[in-house]
Design a protein around this ligand. Structure first.
Ligand code: NAD
Length: 257
């Protein structure tokens, strides 16, 4: 499949899943816009590296996804947006009665409200070009829950709900909106949870991965960023033109349990 000439904007894409998706979409010919709130030399270097490897135009644009106006400005600065991947996300784990209010607000803003703002800004651009794909990176936690992740589970369920609304509002147009629900993927977001869990349960790394992180992932394997990039590419293909308003789980069987 080819996305030659199309532009994909991927929020939160200087690391992990977002970066993996950007690399896979660039391989199919899409120009890519990388984003984070950091604006470091390394962020721009990642875009340069993708451009060099694939021959597409790759740019880095700084925007803080916790701020609605910056979300909208990201789309304006991108200039084109045929494929919007709402991927930026953060996590915090605490019982609800101790859950820090500022963490709740940040998770709801970055993991959910950012997708509202970018989608609102991107749909007119997609309509003007006559084609579009909105792909929200939700989570198995957009379909199921775990204790101590109130904000994350609420935000991801919200993203799944908003995906359905966007699909209905664009149903008669050549635009689709879907959510991908990954199980565990070994990215910095997950890697940082391993040392604390090793300490908490007095376990070695392998046991934490198998018995704690992958306890609910029947395949006992992490999904990979390349597989998520491939799923995005599929949702951009003609084969997926009638897939809209739904979720695709990439979770090793988690939600079959
Ligand atoms: P990660 O920590 O590697 O990447 C998170 C990305 O979000 C980074 O690029 C970071 O710069 C960006 N980001 C964070 N705050 C931001 C802000 N305020 N403004 C702009 N960008 C910001 O994590 P990841 O595992 O690659 O997660 C990516 C997405 O996938 C998240 O939405 C996450 O919830 C979801 N997800 C991850 C897993 C997993 O197991 N890793 C599973 C299911 C869903």
């Amino acid at each position: 499949m080819s996305l030659k000439g199309k532009t994909a904007v991927i929020t939160g894409s200087n690391s992990g899943i977002g970066l993996g998706i950007a690399r896979e979409l660039a391989k199919t010919g899409a120009h890519v816009v990388l984003n984070s709130f950091t604006d470091r030399d390394e962020d721009h270097a990642l875009a340069d590296e993708i451009a060099k490897e694939t021959g597409v135009t790759a740019r880095y644009i700084k925007a803080d996804m916790s701020k609605g106006d910056e979300c909208r400005d990201l789309i304006a600065q991108a200039g084109a947006c045929d494929v919007l991947i709402n991927n930026a996300g953060v996590q915090n784990v605490d019982p609800i009665e101790n859950f820090p209010v500022e963490k709740w607000d940040a998770i709801i803003a970055i993991n959910m409200s950012s997708a509202f703002h970018t989608t609102a800004a991107a749909l007119p651009v997609m309509r003007a070009s006559g084609w579009g794909r909105v792909i929200n990176i939700a989570s198995a936690h957009g379909l199921t829950a775990s204790p101590f992740k109130s904000a994350y589970v609420a935000a991801k369920h919200g993203v799944v709900g908003m995906t359905k609304v966007v699909a209905l509002e664009t149903a008669e147009e050549p635009i689709t909106a879907n959510a991908i629900c990954p199980g565990y993927v070994l990215t910095p977001l997950v890697e940082t949870q391993i040392p604390d869990t090793m300490k908490e349960y007095d376990m070695d790394r392998e046991t934490v991965i198998r018995d704690v992180l992958l306890a609910r992932q029947p395949s006992k394997e992490f999904a990979t960023v390349e597989q998520l990039g491939g799923t995005c590419a599929f949702l951009c293909s003609d084969a997926a033109a009638q897939i809209t308003g739904t979720t695709i789980s990439v979770d090793g069987g988690w939600t079959a349990l």
